[in-house]
Design a protein around this ligand. Structure first.
Ligand SMILES: C[S@@+](CC[C@H](N)C(=O)[O-])C[C@H]1O[C@@H](n2cnc3c(N)ncnc32)[C@H](O)[C@@H]1O
Length: 271
């Protein structure tokens, strides 16, 4: 059994669903409105244990999931939502051993998801144009993984003006004007490779695909969005939640061809 240990990050969840992030340290206490929890009551106990404050409030203690870690911290840039992260990894076929070029790093949310998916045999290079954002992302990555993974390079640079990398399996763009990066994508992506762009507005989608057509050498252009409707599960009540994250962004994909031509079949393909 993997018991809770000193140094672990845990979420304490109260009876109304409020979540508190706590890094366990022997001898420390975490104070809440409903009383204080002693870290010593958690260290050595199994994950999923319910502890009580000295005032009798009950709190569930679990390690945060990847999605909870990504969404739970303060941030400067807008991270890709967990509902989209999973879809991007599958639709762009981010697989163990893949080489992936990304821009911009932002909070590092997509970077972390990609590093996990490519595994130790894979390689990720992430470009960020703002040094302060790059350093914040580096800190978030070290915070989450304990250290910078050896197969991740964070680079300060502008994806619009070109990169050193070539023959990459995948290129992932989450920048304001992805169409400005199509020249870079064209030279960095290997034939058969997949380019992804996250576009909040449909005008960006159109411009991105138009530019891929203009430079040529791309095909199988595809776009979709992910609508996730949560349901509440509480006692006898099982119904859709009142609120949902409706729009985040359009997820755009295309494949690099071996020739400087276009290939746009009429059918809708297979997702
Ligand atoms: C929406 S955020 C990316 C969020 C990121 N995908 C995440 O999951 O946290 C966009 C980032 O791209 C960076 N950026 C904008 N233009 C860029 C460029 N030309 N080259 C590299 N990074 C760029 C911005 O500074 C910002 O950090």
């Amino acid at each position: 059994m993997k018991v809770l240990a000193e140094g672990d990050l845990v979420l304490l969840i109260d009876k109304v669903g409020r979540r508190y992030r706590v890094q366990l340290k022997a001898g420390e206490r975490h104070s809440l409105h409903s009383g204080a929890v002693s870290h010593d009551d958690l260290i050595g106990r199994p994950e999923g244990v319910i502890v009580s404050t000295q005032l009798g409030a009950r709190l569930l203690a679990v390690r945060p999931t990847f999605a909870e870690q990504v969404t739970g911290r303060r941030r400067q840039a807008q991270p890709i939502y967990p509902k989209d992260l999973g879809a991007i990894l599958i639709a762009a076929d981010i697989h163990p051993g893949a080489s992936v070029l990304e821009a911009g790093t932002g909070t590092g949310a997509l970077t972390l998801a990609v590093v996990r998916a490519v595994g130790p045999q894979g390689h990720v290079v992430s470009y960020e144009v703002r040094e302060d954002f790059m350093e914040l992302a580096r800190r978030a990555i070290v915070d989450t993984l304990g250290a910078m993974p050896p197969n991740l390079e964070l680079k300060l640079g502008d994806i619009y003006t070109g990169v050193d990398e070539t023959d990459m399996d995948r290129v992932l763009l989450d920048v304001a004007e992805p169409w400005q990066a199509v020249g870079t994508v064209r030279s960095a992506l290997r034939p058969g490779g997949i380019v992804f762009a996250h576009c909040p507005n449909v005008s960006q989608v159109q411009r991105f695909f138009d530019c891929l057509r203009e430079v040529s050498g791309f095909g199988l252009m595809d776009v979709f969005e992910v609508l996730q409707r949560g349901w509440t599960v509480r006692g006898r009540s099982l119904r859709p939640s009142h609120r949902m994250v409706a729009h985040t962004g359009f997820l755009c994909f295309a494949r690099r061809l071996a020739e400087d031509t276009l290939f746009e079949p009429e059918g809708e393909g297979f997702r």
